[in-house]
Write a protein that binds this ligand. Structure first.
Ligand SMILES: C[S@@+](CC[C@H](N)C(=O)[O-])C[C@H]1O[C@@H](n2cnc3c(N)ncnc32)[C@H](O)[C@@H]1O
Length: 263
């Protein structure tokens, strides 16, 4: 039996390892080093949560009460305005190498408009909701000389139609409560279920960009998920977001991280 206790004025962390063969390293000092690190990091996570908690907005518990897959949605149902600076940052990250851009999730066309400001060679958009996709032609009329095209489909159903891209921007949301549980609650980050497909459709040196609700840093589990497919990644923080108390989004804090993962 191995025990570690970390006491703090406001909490106490207890770790009990019941199996002496668990995490058995060649030398005991190595095992001690790792276990001490885990307890210290968990304690630091709690203190950071305490520091950030007072800056969060109330929001609401996440319930998908709309037909997101095919229903007619209002702007706020698709994406609340406070995320617009994040779209600008993602569009800038995904177009850094120029070339051919794939965007998953057209939504209100905000990120698409920012992508066009960077004049990509081609811009392919995938959108599953037919009502939302119907707005594409009008949006495109603002950019008459650009090579933009829409694929109206779930991204999962049209992978066979895709080429190789220099940049992929992934910004969808769960379409049902089941998808929310699988991808947001159970997975390390919502985009995790897309990493393999992104890797398959990026040119060497191409990059995937997405946002995460780990708002101040990336967890080790998230970094490991990225390293399964990508050789490097960078993070940029978009802060001072004007998130309202009444947000219906599953994010409650004034900052978000944009990830750029490079193949
Ligand atoms: C948050 S919105 C995107 C907002 C967009 N970035 C903007 O700037 O306006 C997410 C979009 O992804 C679409 N979507 C969700 N799941 C999808 C899927 N599996 N395949 C294709 N589109 C999907 C939704 O219909 C919605 O339009």
């Amino acid at each position: 039996m191995t025990r570690r206790i970390k006491r703090h004025r406001q909490f106490e962390l207890n770790l009990t390892i019941k199996d002496d063969g668990f995490a058995k390293t060649p030398r005991d000092s190595q095992r001690n080093w790792f276990l001490n690190r885990i307890v210290k990091e968990t304690s630091e996570e709690l203190l950071e949560l305490d520091r950030l908690a007072s800056g969060m907005v109330r929001g609401s518990d996440h319930l998908i009460d709309l037909d997101r897959a095919q229903g007619m949605l209002g702007d706020d149902d698709i994406m609340e305005d406070w995320q617009i600076p994040v779209m600008e940052a993602m569009a800038s990250a995904v177009t850094q190498q120029g070339g051919d851009i794939l965007e998953i999730g057209f939504g209100r066309g905000v990120a698409a408009g920012f992508i066009q400001q960077h004049q990509p060679a081609t811009h392919t958009v995938i959108e599953c909701n037919h009502e939302i996709a119907a707005g594409f032609d009008q949006w495109k009329s603002q950019f008459p000389d650009s090579d933009c095209r829409m694929i109206t489909s779930l991204w999962q159903d049209c992978l066979h139609q895709l080429d190789q891209y220099d940049g992929i921007l992934f910004h969808t949301y769960p379409l049902s409560d089941d998808e929310f549980i699988d991808t947001v609650v159970r997975d390390v980050t919502f985009a995790a279920h897309f990493l393999s497909a992104a890797h398959q459709h990026l040119k060497p040196g191409g990059s995937l960009t997405y946002l995460t609700n780990e708002f101040d840093s990336l967890s080790r589990a998230h970094q490991r998920a990225l390293f399964n497919y990508f050789s490097q990644f960078s993070l940029s923080m978009v802060s001072n977001l004007d998130i309202p108390e009444t947000t219906r989004d599953a994010l409650w804090i004034k900052q978000m991280l944009v990830i750029k993962a490079t193949k």
